[in-house]
Write a protein that binds this ligand. Structure first.
Ligand code: GLU
Length: 293
């Protein structure tokens, strides 16, 4: 019997049109999938219902078709699968690894400032530079939390990182691969993210939870993503262990930077593929420019 082919996926969030950075990611997925004889899936990560506008999904499909990238027909939209994420969250909750948090951003800032004043030390930040959650709601009595939820107070659900690390088989690691399929094991250190948010009151999941659940449900074996998501992978590896899901192989590709050295992002007016196309640039030129002649 033939072994099952590897499975790759490109998973954009439709909160803007695709730009050159997305093209690099999609083309890297395409090139590696082709090289390893893999399947290539498209997944739309539209859990943020306020930012992900439906017309942008059509735009993304048009941009990818113009680039000439062929995905397997049909694609998964995360907004249609909230039950899957709620199920995974429920399993973590029943194991006591998740707690509700009622803190506003301002309350977190105030708590962090108070601790910095008290200790005279800077408060630790996560790999994205945000202060670690100081744990103010971690010790809330469950009946107090239940009353506040029943009263309609907004909250998020956080992973109890210390409890999660204790529950996971340690030490955590995963394997990276390159274009020649050379593989290397790297350690994962999810504790540097602190008590990450796994769900919000309005959206019963978060990026970390949805991406972990979907990669497993879709049988993804090879995750190809930008270096900006390398540190976040540590959280995904931890969640895979806690949920009994397989850990895919990972490859982190380079990032395209603006002239000022910032990562390309739609919010910073990076040129969208649709704008480039309107300016008469061809898909072949984009492929060549990004090193995929
Ligand atoms: N949806 C994520 C983004 O557009 C990337 C998905 C992933 O590779 O985990 O940044």
């Amino acid at each position: 019997m033939q072994p099952a082919p590897p499975v790759f996926r490109f998973a954009p969030s439709p909160n803007g049109r695709l730009h050159l950075g997305h093209a690099l990611s999609a083309l890297t997925n395409e090139a590696l999938a082709r090289r390893f004889g893999g399947r290539l899936l498209l997944r739309i990560e539209d859990i943020d219902l306020t930012r992900c506008r439906p017309e942008l999904v059509e735009g993304i499909e048009a941009d990818l078709a113009w680039l000439g990238i062929r995905f397997e027909p049909g694609f998964r939209r995360q907004s249609q699968h909230f039950d899957d994420y709620a199920g995974a969250l429920g399993r973590l909750r029943r194991r006591g690894l998740v707690y509700p948090c009622f803190c506003s951003r301002q309350e977190i800032r105030n708590a962090v400032a108070a601790r910095e004043t008290a200790t005279g030390q800077p408060w630790p930040v996560d790999p994205d530079g945000a202060p670690l959650y100081p744990g103010s709601c971690k010790g809330l009595a469950s009946d107090n939390a239940a009353q506040r939820i029943a009263a309609g107070e907004p909250y998020v659900l956080r992973l109890d990182m210390a409890a999660a690390l204790a529950a996971a088989a340690l030490p955590l690691s995963y394997t990276v691969f390159d274009a020649d399929d050379a593989r290397q094991s790297v350690p994962a250190a999810p504790e540097r993210w602190g008590d990450v948010v796994l769900a919000r009151k309005d959206v019963p999941t978060s990026y970390h939870l949805a991406v972990t659940v979907d990669d497993a449900l879709q049988g993804v074996t090879h995750v190809v993503r930008g270096r900006d998501l390398e540190a976040a992978t540590d959280v995904h590896v931890l969640l895979q262990h806690l949920l009994g899901l397989p850990t895919p192989l990972y490859h982190f590709h380079r990032l395209l930077l603006d002239d000022d050295g910032q990562k390309l992002a739609k919010s910073r007016d990076s040129q969208g593929l649709a704008d480039l196309r309107a300016d008469g640039i061809t898909a072949t030129e984009i492929r060549r420019q990004l090193g995929f002649a």
